[in-house]
Design a protein around this ligand. Structure first.
Ligand SMILES: [Zn+2]
Length: 416
């Protein structure tokens, strides 16, 4: 097997032009994008992408979830394809790069190989996963979840948007119900290039994130029961203050996360006070604890600690406490061979790089259940994403795509 030479690069200008072309479809209000899944704008974006793929000589397959698979043949008919992709759908107030960078860089890899007349043993399949964002139809990563056997097609088809329209109906309406069974395809490997969506690479002045893990998470919904009482006339000693119990539990979550460094995080982002009135002590507080770690044992250990200590903290104040898990992902360890290929590619190309853990979920996290998988990341300005102000530079975009090109070529194996 020949390693790609260090002068092998994608066409950065063409990549950037394609990103800007795609961003014209489903424009947001402040310079970003609103191209939510299975909307007319999504259909229009798919058409544009399909046309580009056709022009690059790729053959399209579509599965029953609407995921697009665009194949560049390999020289060995028996060799399984290398899949490279991400998603073209966006948040309602999304940026131009989240997901789109990965799909269009995969296309740019193929375009560059065409320009250079490079053949590979394994086919390369440029992939646009349907409904990665989950903003319109929860949960996120719906199509890759079905592909990886984590969710069923029936479940996915029945997911409803806020207007009550189902995924199945809307997929049919925009004309993208494919004929392939979801998950029938077998992968030699899966690679995904994505913006970091966090501030670490930019702050560390690194061009490339070599992604070693995806964080696992638990969402724990806590219900505290105190006693509604007047905030003025109830003496301190006679209060059963569910709000105070919540604040002490949040401090405990902070301490548990700090004790599990490096890599663990924990916090509370959603709180409901009942009755939520200025001069009433809350009788009931419901809030969600979000804990994450790339390490399964640490993650489960954090959950166990919180479930043990929270009721004790509440009981000291006479407050009732119940905890229910409402969300979970296992941590993902990406394939060490592919991770090393990404790291070596960055090194060979002379790009600064560091190992990084993905704090967000990605289609690659599900793909990793069925194939060796990994990701490449580039910085984004101020770590901003899921925001119309999300931004990257053309240099960042093309550096990551160069790394993707090299990692894909090593995996798909250059012929000749
Ligand atoms: Zn994304």
């Amino acid at each position: 097997m020949t390693a790609p030479t260090d002068n092998l690069r994608i066409n950065g200008e063409r990549l950037w032009d394609s990103l800007m072309e795609m961003a014209k479809i489903g424009p947001g209000l402040r310079g970003g994008n609103n191209r939510q899944t299975l909307t007319d704008a999504d259909a229009e974006g798919r058409k544009l992408f399909e046309g580009w793929c056709e022009a690059a000589g790729l053959t399209m397959g579509v599965d029953k979830m609407g995921t697009m698979f665009m194949t560049r043949p390999g020289t060995d008919p028996a060799a399984l394809p290398v899949y490279v992709g991400s998603h073209l759908d966006t948040q309602p107030t999304g940026g131009k790069f989240d997901g789109v960078l990965g799909v269009l860089s995969a296309l740019e890899v193929v375009r560059s190989l065409n320009d250079l007349g490079i053949k590979t043993k394994h086919p390369i399949v440029v992939t646009n996963w349907a409904n990665e964002e989950g903003a319109r139809f929860a949960p996120a990563m719906l199509a890759s979840g079905v592909f990886a056997g984590q969710l069923t097609l029936d479940y996915a088809y029945g997911r409803k948007d806020p207007e009550g329209k189902t995924y199945g109906e809307e997929l049919k309406r925009i004309g993208w119900v494919g004929d392939e069974e979801v998950g029938a395809r077998k992968m030699h490997a899966y690679l995904e290039y994505h913006i970091e969506q966090g501030p670490i690479l930019e702050a560390s002045e690194k061009q490339i994130g070599v992604v070693t893990h995806c964080q696992g998470l638990w969402w724990l919904e806590v219900t505290l029961t105190g006693k509604e009482a007047h905030t003025g006339s109830t003496p301190m000693a006679m209060r059963v203050n569910a709000g105070l119990a919540m604040s002490r539990i949040i401090e405990m979550v902070q301490a548990v996360a700090m004790e599990n460094q490096p890599g663990a995080v924990g916090g509370v982002g959603q709180v409901f006070f009942t009755p939520n009135s200025r001069n009433v002590l809350p009788g009931k507080v419901v809030f969600t604890i979000d804990i994450r770690s790339p390490d399964q044992a640490k993650l489960d250990g954090m959950r166990a600690r919180i479930e043990e200590e929270a009721p004790l903290i509440a009981a000291e104040l006479g407050v009732g406490c119940s905890i229910e898990p409402v969300g979970h992902f296992d941590p993902v360890t990406f394939d060490p061979t592919l991770v090393a290929r990404v790291r070596n590619a960055a090194e060979r190309l002379g790009y600064s790089h560091m190992d990084i853990i993905s704090g967000a979920g990605h289609d690659a996290c599900w793909a990793a259940k069925v194939a060796p998988a990994t990701m490449v990341m580039c910085p984004c300005v101020d770590g901003l994403s899921h925001n119309e102000d999300e931004n990257i530079t053309p240099q960042w975009a093309s550096a990551g795509a160069d790394v993707l090109l090299h990692a894909v070529l090593e995996t798909a194996e250059i012929v000749g």
